[in-house]
Design a protein around this ligand. Structure first.
Ligand SMILES: Cc1cc2nc3c(=O)[nH]c(=O)nc-3n(C[C@H](O)[C@H](O)[C@H](O)COP(=O)(O)OP(=O)(O)OC[C@H]3O[C@@H](n4cnc5c(N)ncnc54)[C@H](O)[C@@H]3O)c2cc1C
Length: 429
C-alpha cells in the first residue's frame, strides 16, 4: 500500500506543511501524514473511523477525555424507562482495532504555528487538525444557576452523570410532585430534545406517579416538531404536561433560580416551586474551540463546503460546536459533517477522489410507546450556510402503524450510527 509521507503531503498542500518551516515542523517531517482529532463524539470519532477506513496508512490520533462515550441521543428513552443506561455507553475499542491512536486526555491548547496539540502533558503534531468538542453549558446564562447548582437542578444536557441524577430525582420524587423543565433559547443542542424529554418524563409520571405534573417554561414562541409534540401532549399527557410558551402577554424566559427553595422565576416575574427541576441553560462551543480562536461569539463559523474554520486556517471544526445553519445540532448532523471532513482530508492527504459535499439529518423523537415522530432534510452548502433540500416532518393524525414504523426506524438508526461512529460491528436482529 502506498504510504503518504509528511514530505509528500507538503508538496500537495503548499502552505499546509511546507509553509510551516519552523524547527518543530521540520523535526517531525518524516513518517505517515498525521491527523489529530479533538473530541470523540459522533463528529470526531466518525472522522477517525472514516480516515482509517479510507487510508489505513494515515497516522490518526483521537484525543478524547472520556474512556467511555455515553450518548445524549436516546438518553430521554432512558429517562422514560425504555432503555438501560448501559445501552447508551460505548468504548473506543473498535477504533483502536482499526489503528486509531486513542489518547484519553484533555486537549488543553493548540499551537497553530507549530501545529501541535497539547494534551495530558504531551504534544501531538499534526498535518491536519479536526476540532469536534461538542458543547459547554453557559451556567451564568441564568441568575442563580451554576455548576454546583446543576448538582441539585440538573440540566442533563451533557451525557452521563447528569442524566442519571435527573432519573434518580424523578424516582425519589413523591407522587403529586411538580417537575419544572426550563427550556433553552435557540440555538442549542438537539432542538426537539427538551420536548422528547417532556414526553418521556410525562410517560414515567403517568405510569408511576400519576398525580404529578410537568411544567415547561420556554423562552421561545415555537419549537421543532411543535404540532406533533403538542398532539402527543394532549393525547397522552393531558393532565400532566403544562406547556408555557412565550407569547405576546407573557415571557417565560427563566431569569432567576433559587436553588435553596427550588424556586424558578421567569422574566415576567412569575414563579414556580419545583420538586424536581430540569434546567437547560444556554450553550456554546466546547472550551477548546474558544481557546484556539475558532469561535465568533458562542459558536464556530465554518465554510459549509468542507467545515474548515473561517477563523483559523487549516483547522476543521464540526458537530455541535459549529454554526451550521440550517443544519440542527444533532448526532446525525455531526456524523454527516464528519464524512465530508474525512473526504476532504483524504483528498488532500491521500489523493483520494473528492465527492461533492452532501449533508443529511433526521431527528427522531419518541413521544409514547411505539409512537415516534421525525423531522429531516438534505443540505447543500452555500457559503457559510447549508440550504435544506427536500425537508420532511411527521404530521399530526398519522396512523399508529406509521408511528410504530418511525419508532422502529429510530432504533435502527441508533444501532447504525453507533457502528458508523465507533467502528463497531452492527447489531444483528
Ligand atoms: C437529551 C438529548 C437528546 C438527543 N437526541 C438526539 C437524537 O435523537 N438524534 C441526534 O441526532 N442527536 C441527538 N442529540 C444531540 C447529540 O447528542 C449531539 O448533537 C451530538 O452528541 C454532537 O456530537 P459532537 O461530536 O459534536 O459532540 P459531543 O457528542 O459532545 O462529543 C464531543 C466529545 O469531545 C470531548 N471533548 C470536548 N473537549 C475536549 C477536549 N478539550 N479534549 C478532549 N476531549 C474533549 C467530549 O468529552 C465529548 O466526548 C441529543 C442531545 C440531547 C442532549
Amino acid at each position: 500500500m502506498t504510504k503518504f509521507t509528511r514530505r509528500e503531503v507538503g508538496f500537495g498542500l503548499g502552505a499546509a506543511v511546507a509553509g510551516s518551516t519552523s524547527a518543530a515542523s521540520f523535526a517531525i517531517a518524516q513518517g505517515a501524514a498525521k491527523v489529530v482529532i479533538i473530541g470523540g463524539g459522533p463528529g470526531g470519532a466518525t472522522v477517525a473511523n472514516q480516515l482509517k477506513q479510507g487510508e489505513p496508512s494515515l497516522d490518526v490520533t483521537l484525543i478524547e477525555v472520556s474512556k467511555v462515550y455515553t450518548t445524549c441521543f436516546f438518553s430521554n428513552l432512558y429517562l422514560g424507562g425504555f432503555r438501560s443506561y448501559a445501552s447508551l455507553q460505548h468504548n473506543y475499542d473498535g477504533l483502536k482495532k482499526l489503528g486509531v491512536k486513542v489518547v484519553h486526555a484533555m486537549a488543553t491548547d493548540v499551537d497553530t504555528q507549530a501545529k501541535q496539540v497539547k494534551a495530558g502533558g504531551r504534544s501531538y503534531p499534526y498535518d491536519r487538525l479536526v476540532v469536534a468538542p461538542g458543547i459547554d453549558i453557559k451556567y451564568n446564562s441564568i441568575e442563580g444557576y451554576s455548576k454546583q447548582v446543576a448538582e441539585i437542578m440538573p440540566h442533563a444536557y451533557l451525557p452521563g452523570a447528569q442524566t442519571q441524577l435527573l432519573k434518580r430525582q424523578l424516582e425519589t420524587m413523591k407522587n403529586g410532585g411538580t417537575v419544572v423543565m426550563v427550556a433553552p433559547n435557540n440555538p442549542y443542542r438537539c432542538p426537539p430534545g427538551p420536548y422528547e424529554r417532556a414526553c418521556m418524563i410525562a410517560h414515567y409520571l403517568k405510569t408511576k406517579k400519576p398525580k404529578s405534573k410537568l411544567v415547561i417554561l420556554d423562552p421561545k414562541k415555537a419549537f421543532s416538531k411543535q404540532p406533533v409534540f403538542q398532539e402527543a401532549f394532549g393525547k397522552y399527557y393531558k393532565d400532566i404536561i403544562e406547556l408555557n410558551l412565550t407569547n405576546e402577554i407573557d415571557d417565560y424566559a427563566v431569569t432567576k433560580i433559587d436553588a435553596k427553595t427550588k424556586t424558578i422565576t421567569t422574566k415576567a416575574g412569575k414563579s414556580w416551586k419545583a420538586d424536581v427541576a430540569n434546567v437547560i441553560p444556554q450553550q456554546r462551543a466546547g472550551e477548546i474551540a474558544h481557546k484556539i480562536g475558532l469561535a465568533d461569539g458562542d459558536w464556530c463559523p465554518v465554510n459549509a463546503e468542507n467545515f474548515t474554520s473561517t477563523k483559523v486556517k487549516e483547522i476543521y471544526v464540526l458537530g455541535d460546536a459549529t454554526v451550521a445553519a440550517e443544519m440542527p445540532k444533532s448526532a446525525f448532523s455531526a456524523n454527516s459533517q464528519a464524512k465530508v471532513v474525512a473526504n476532504d482530508i483524504l483528498a488532500a492527504l491521500a489523493k483520494k477522489p473528492k465527492f461533492a459535499p452532501n449533508f443529511r439529518n433526521t431527528c427522531w423523537s419518541m413521544v409514547a410507546p411505539n409512537d415516534s415522530v421525525k423531522i429531516g432534510a438534505g443540505y447543500l452548502p452555500k457559503g457559510q450556510k447549508l440550504d435544506p433540500v427536500g425537508p420532511f416532518v411527521s404530521k399530526p393524525g398519522e396512523d399508529a402503524a406509521l408511528r410504530k414504523q418511525t419508532f422502529e426506524e429510530s432504533i435502527g438508526w441508533y444501532d447504525g450510527i453507533i457502528a458508523d461512529v465507533f467502528a463497531k460491528a452492527p447489531k444483528k436482529g
